[in-house]
Design a protein around this ligand. Structure first.
Ligand SMILES: *[C@@H]1O[C@H](CO)[C@@H](O)[C@H](O)[C@H]1NC(C)=O
Ligand SMILES: *[C@@H]1O[C@H](CO)[C@@H](O)[C@H](O)[C@H]1NC(C)=O
Ligand SMILES: [Ca+2]
Ligand SMILES: [Ca+2]
Ligand SMILES: [Ca+2]
Length: 233
């Protein structure tokens, strides 16, 4: 019995380790597809949707192939539990700068297009593109004539450092890496990068930091100091 318990504990430990290692690089609340992360947002005007994506360190989605087009339409439908009506999600595509010259928000001209029949028709001055989740086709709509859902896109390699998504210590430097990031304590600090203590201070196991010369003072309550600093020796 005891042996079985040990084996089970070991198995659980291994499983925990594996799931930690395979953590999706997309931030929480985002979904990964084909090298990018997507966030499906609630109803906003196009410029507000664009700004919300920017604040999330991303941009409105840029679609360059039919697989991504299908993914966004299907997932948009799932994420927002829409009914049977053909609801729309704002994309990064627009002709706000020059009428008729549709561009993605990164300035690129579309290489893949999936306009609905008769679209874009600029009916009543429509400059912002959206995708219908049921037909998966695109329409140009008034950028600020109605609010719609929207989809943001982040490159799969999130720059955690630039987007405040790292957990580096304030006294550490963060370096972005593909699929992750690293933290290294600044000069004069020691630690694993997520916790850095000044070299002349000691981090007690209860979380308080005190000058190192005090750590072994028995009148100071600093749990952990005895063990780590061999105070008695
Ligand atoms: C033009 O597009 C709008 C949607 O943006 C649609 O409601 C309208 O029916 C279209 N007009 C024509 C003539 O296709
Ligand atoms: C280390 O970080 C703390 C904030 O936790 C800050 O107050 C302190 O100024 C930092 N020290 C240096 C040398 O940057
Ligand atoms: Ca237009
Ligand atoms: Ca239209
Ligand atoms: Ca990264």
């Amino acid at each position: 019995m005891a042996k079985m318990g040990r084996a089970l504990a070991l198995l659980l430990a291994v499983a925990t380790t594996v799931s930690a290692q395979t953590t999706q690089p997309c931030p929480s609340g985002w979904r990964a597809f084909n090298g990018n992360c997507y966030y499906f947002g609630d109803m906003k005007y196009w410029t507000e949707a664009r700004d919300d994506c920017l604040q999330r360190g991303a941009g409105l989605a840029i679609i360059t192939d039919s697989a991504t087009n299908d993914y966004i339409a299907n997932m948009g439908k799932l994420e927002n539990h829409v009914g049977t009506y053909d609801t729309q999600f704002w994309l990064g595509l627009n002709d706000r700068a020059t009428e008729g010259d549709f561009r993605w928000t990164d300035g690129s001209k579309p290489t893949y297009e999936n306009w609905a029949p008769g679209e874009p028709n600029n009916s009543g001055d429509e400059d912002c593109a959206q995708i219908y989740v049921n037909s998966k086709e695109w329409n140009d709509a008034g950028c600020s004539s109605a609010i719609w859902h929207y989809v943001c896109q982040l490159n799969y390699d999130v720059d955690e450092c630039a987007n405040g998504l790292d957990n580096c210590d304030p006294n550490a430097s963060c370096t972005n890496t593909p699929g992750g990031f690293t933290c290294a304590c600044n000069a004069g600090y020691t630690g694993d990068g997520t916790t850095c203590t000044a070299d002349d201070t000691f981090l007690c196991s209860d979380g308080q930091t005190i000058p190192k010369e005090w750590a072994c003072d028995r009148t100071v309550d600093c749990p952990g100091a005895e063990d780590e600093l061999n105070c008695g020796v």
